[in-house]
Design a protein around this ligand. Structure first.
Ligand code: ZN
Ligand code: ZN
Length: 337
């Protein structure tokens, strides 16, 4: 019997000794093999998580995790600290990143002046209305190109934050950038910090309300983030020696009917795998994604998308349905790392 994505597998064996009718010993025993717990999608303070990379590694060790990937949003800033802590505490560390993709954006090398309408034809990606996040796992060489792209993304994020501040001012909220920054404690300022600010000003009761009423996509303070073209993100991840994995595919808001074609197109362009298991999806949907990904020859991964206290619903080392993440998700990934 194999227990889903749990880290324990039970095997039952029985042995018979002697001939029936004369004497018979039947020995039955159960072997429990403990598979290592892993996590391939986590965030630290270097982006919008609440723990420092070293604290995250420490928590991973306490949780029983043997392999941990740190995948902060658009930054590699936490990797060195995380790697050092993992070496000291003797667990395996996978250097990673999570990049925001703008699906309609043409990649570099496309004809100058390509607009977002014709870009679709070049990228071959059908319209995507949801969030498109790409994980880069196993980043081992950081190119100058990668660094300057991340600098550009950081500047774009600043522009976005300032735009959200303006929108808050426009509805009469007394706010300046410094008071929102205070909630980030030196980390990259992101929407959760705007949420904490709104809670402190009693504009909303809690973080959930901050997102559902004001900060979530389509809400009054929301400003879209500038991201990378899929082709550019792929190139950066591959040049850095990493594997490109589509994070939480259901956040793309693409129907089940269109997903197989989309995955096939993304794979043709160089996508290595999909994160079939993510806590935002139901177990049934994760199984369906895993089956679809395997059928298309994509590598399958699982993650918790842990953020610490800024997302208390996420549990390190656990994914959809509260399942512990099994090291079977490493097998296929090893081949491309
Ligand atoms: Zn994401
Ligand atoms: Zn994430």
């Amino acid at each position: 019997m194999i227990t889903g994505v749990n880290s324990q597998r039970l095997y039952t064996y029985s042995i018979s000794i002697g001939r029936e009718g004369i004497f018979l010993y039947k020995i039955q025993y159960v072997i429990i093999i403990n598979h290592n717990m892993i996590d391939l999608h986590t965030h630290s303070k270097a982006s919008d998580g609440s723990l420092s990379p070293a604290q995250l590694v420490e928590k991973a060790v306490q949780t029983g995790i043997r392999v941990l990937a740190l995948t902060d949003h658009d930054t590699l800033a936490g990797l060195e600290e995380g790697k050092k802590a993992a070496e000291t505490l003797k667990i395996r560390f996978i250097s990673g990143i999570e990049l925001e993709i703008q699906p309609e954006k043409p990649g570099q090398g496309l004809p100058a002046g390509t607009d977002s309408e014709t870009a679709g034809a070049f990228s071959g990606i059908p319209p995507i209305t949801g969030e498109f996040h790409l994980l880069g796992l196993g980043i081992s060489r950081i190119t100058a190109d990668f660094r300057s792209t991340l600098d550009w993304l950081r500047e774009a994020r600043e522009r976005r934050n300032l735009s959200m501040i303006e929108k808050m001012k426009n509805v009469g909220i007394e706010v300046d950038y410094e008071s929102v920054k205070a909630f980030a404690g030196g980390a990259v300022v992101a929407r959760p910090h705007f949420g904490l600010f709104l809670v402190s000003k009693k504009v909303v009761k809690n973080q959930e309300q901050a997102f559902s009423r004001w900060l979530g996509k389509g809400r009054p303070f929301y400003t879209p983030r500038e991201g990378l073209a899929f082709a550019d993100a792929l190139r950066l991840i591959h040049q850095a020696g990493g594997a490109a994995i589509l994070a939480h595919p259901l956040s793309l808001y693409v129907s089940w009917g269109r997903l197989p074609d989309l995955f096939a197109r993304l794979k043709d362009q160089g996508l290595d795998g999909i994160e079939a298991w993510h806590p935002n999806a139901g177990v049934g949907a994760c199984k369906r994604l895993e089956e679809l990904g395997r059928r298309l020859g994509l590598c399958i991964t699982a993650g918790s998308d842990f953020h610490g206290s800024s997302r208390p619903d996420r549990k390190l080392g656990h994914t959809a349905g509260g399942h512990r993440i099994d090291d079977r998700f490493l097998e296929a990934l090893e081949g491309i790392l």
